[in-house]
Ligand binder design. Structure first.
Ligand code: TXA
Ligand code: MG
Length: 359
């Protein structure tokens, strides 16, 4: 599977057409091309080319049972991939595409089984990123693309993250700098009625409810990621090497519990990391100060509770950076369950393999 991975730098807002054409040609030739979307970087192949798509699974070491998202250039291409589009899906697509929304719809036979892991449905998304859209328009094919990370690693928000995981395994990376949203798209399943949110993401539940008031929320009840092989089961995902635990609760109790647990861990000799929004780090400052001098605590902020967009944007890079310091354990806090907080919480709980401590 060894390949030479080339990186082409492009301007996010005004990508050079020659660079895009080169990547588009690579896709038509059956090659693997990583490209930026507004959520995270994707690893793309021509969705209509089963051999090329099989290469995605090989490069990522992703189980063949885990279906891919098919990216299309605009809502007009829905009917090329979906056998039936319920009125509510069309309404949601018109409201939020291009954007961080993926819809699961009954699939057309033209979509190869390898893309959908043999399911009768297909996940479809129109990304908003200029580079992604230009790539799909120029290639003229739907693009199957999961996040461009090794299976079970955090999703990549920079080209450097993609290289870290996939160098020598893919043909090309379009590097347009860090992604804007930072967490993956929200997945809404329209094969059931009423529709169900399968994965919280860059489009919030609150936003979806403005268009589909009766949408159901499967968040926190499993069913996200590898839904067909392990319904309701929490899959370890976004997994750092360190043992990660999520802490939640009222501010005072949270700080007390966290502080006590961090002291216990460091007293046992472990070097630990704290992954938290700025407010929580500020509240923990006395604990951190008493331990940092001994080099036992690595502190990694991700955004702030007051700025959920920034928290989402910084989350995955913060997780990667903190893990790279080699800490044994990571203590993480969330920005709460509302809005983008739902997606952040979901990713952290998965990274924690379900370990949540309520203070
Ligand atoms: O923002 C995103 O969604 C990024 C960018 C690149 O578009 N993509 C992404 O893809 O996050 P991936 O493969 O990492 O996550 C897609 C999820 C997987 O959990 C997969 O199991 C689920 O979507 N999925 C795909 N097709 C499905 C289907 N037909 N039914 C149920 N779940 C499906
Ligand atoms: Mg992924």
């Amino acid at each position: 599977m060894s390949r030479v991975t080339r990186v082409i730098t492009v301007e996010p807002g005004r990508p050079d057409p020659a660079a895009i054409e080169e990547a588009a040609q690579a896709l038509r030739d059956g090659k693997l091309v990583a490209f930026p979307t507004e959520t995270v970087y994707g690893l793309g192949a021509n969705a209509l080319d089963p051999v090329a798509v099989a290469g995605i699974f090989e490069a990522k070491e992703r189980p063949a049972t885990d279906p891919l998202i098919v990216h299309i250039a605009h809502i007009g291409q829905l009917n090329l991939c979906a056998a039936h589009v319920p009125a509510a899906a069309r309404k949601l697509g018109l409201a939020f595409w291009a954007g961080p929304l993926t819809m699961i719809l009954p699939k057309k036979p033209a979509i190869p089984d390898v893309v959908t892991a043999g399911l009768g449905s297909v996940a479809l998304r129109v990304p908003a990123h200029r580079v992604a859209r230009a790539l799909m328009e120029m290639s003229g094919v739907p693009v199957a693309a999961p996040s461009a990370n090794r299976f079970s690693h955090p999703s990549p928000t920079t080209a450097a993250h993609v290289l870290e995981d996939l160098n020598g395994r893919i043909d090309l990376i379009l590097d347009a700098g860090p992604t804007e949203i930072g967490v993956e798209s929200t997945i809404v399943d329209f094969t059931v009625e009423p529709p169900v949110v399968r994965r919280p993401g860059g489009l919030t539940l609150e936003q979806i409810r403005t268009v589909i008031p009766d949408v159901q929320d499967a968040t926190g009840r499993g069913s996200i990621d590898v839904p067909q092989t392990s319904p309701g089961q929490l899959v370890r995902h976004y997994a750092p090497r360190a043992v990660l635990t999520v802490y939640e609760g009222e501010p005072a109790a949270l700080v007390a519990r966290l502080g006590a647990d961090i002291r216990t861990a460091t007293a046992a000799g472990d070097r630990v990391g704290i992954l938290a929004p700025e407010e929580d780090l500020l509240a923990l400052a006395p604990v951190i100060a008493s331990l940092a001098s001994a080099g036992r605590v690595e502190v990694q902020p991700y955004g702030s509770r007051r700025d959920p967009e920034r928290a989402a944007r910084e989350l995955f890079a913060a997780l990667r950076d903190l893990d790279a310091t080699g800490v044994r354990a990571i203590f993480a806090t969330t920005i709460g369950p509302a809005g983008l907080g739902a997606a952040i919480r979901d990713r952290l709980v998965r990274a924690a393999d379900g370990r949540v401590r309520r203070a």
